[in-house]
Design a protein around this ligand. Structure first.
Ligand code: GEK
Length: 244
């Protein structure tokens, strides 16, 4: 079992926070607490990624966890695939995340989870039955998203599964305002102050670029995925499955 930290995220408590959001050592240090209190349904999504891995992993293939952070999805999949030989490539371009994940992994997990500090745009996906982009695509520049999905599609085996979880925006302004408002209520209920919520929001501006569900659908279809839909949604956060 991995050794996870329970250090509380207080990064945005200060009056001022310099610059845009970066996945540095300070973020890696509190990341488990940050993502659990910032993404509604995060633990449900991780658990279901494990269930989907058990169901769709094809023997001898490779699993890719792109933008793995502290390996939440990789560890959920490894736990469900225990007893079956499998290989998970966990990739992130934050050295701080990879170092922390490397220290957290248990002996059994180390046997099947390979860590790579690399830009996911430079990863050649090969012979995959499962690719996970759990809240990562939203950090990739808009123009690079279609080429990334094209290359994932080509690297998947027939019947292979792509899981994409994202923060979304809604073309209907009224709905968008409602979901953003409900989401801020969720963050307050998780113990974040209004000041912290507003600082984090400014730091993520132009760093996390959400799109509409429709844009994701169009891109998936253009890449060649024929079967896809949303399987989980809470406010403006959702997760999609797409099959090759
Ligand atoms: C989880 N999937 O817990 N190349 C590689 N990594 C990247 C890139 C890139 N170009 N851009 C961003 N990242 C995880 C959570 S967090 C989501 C994913 C969040 C990495 C970045 O370093 C960070 O670790 C991760 O994508 C996004 O299941 O913080 O909202």
């Amino acid at each position: 079992m991995s050794k996870r930290s329970d250090k509380r995220d207080t990064l945005f408590e200060q009056e001022t926070h310099p610059g845009g959001f970066v996945f540095d050592a300070r973020v890696a240090d509190v990341f488990d607490d940050m993502i659990n209190r910032s993404v509604p349904g995060y633990s449900t999504i991780l658990a279901m990624i494990g269930v989907l891995a058990e169901r769709y992993y094809q023997d001898g293939s490779t699993i890719y966890d792109l933008g793995c952070s502290l390996g939440g999805a990789s560890c959920a999949m490894a736990a469900r695939l225990r007893g079956r030989t499998h290989r998970i490539m966990a990739v992130d371009n934050s050295q701080a995340m990879i170092d922390k994940l490397s220290n957290q992994l248990g002996t059994e997990e180390k046997k099947c989870i390979e860590l790579h500090c690399r830009d996911i745009r430079d990863v050649a996906v090969e012979d995959a039955s499962l690719v996970v982009l759990n809240f990562t695509l939203q950090f990739i520049p808009l123009n690079d998203r279609a080429p990334l999905l094209d290359s994932i599609y080509h690297g998947l085996r027939p019947g292979g599964l792509l899981i994409i979880s994202e923060k979304f925006e809604y073309p209907d302004a009224k709905l968008n305002d409602l979901f953003v408002d409900l989401y801020h209520g969720f963050k307050q209920a998780q113990g974040y102050s209004e000041l912290e919520i507003s600082h984090k929001r400014s730091a993520l501006e132009n760093v996390l670029i959400p799109e509409s569900i429709e844009s994701h659908r169009r891109r998936l279809q253009a890449a060649g995925f024929s079967t896809f839909d949303v399987w989980f949604q809470c406010f403006n956060f959702a997760s999609m499955v797409a099959f090759k």
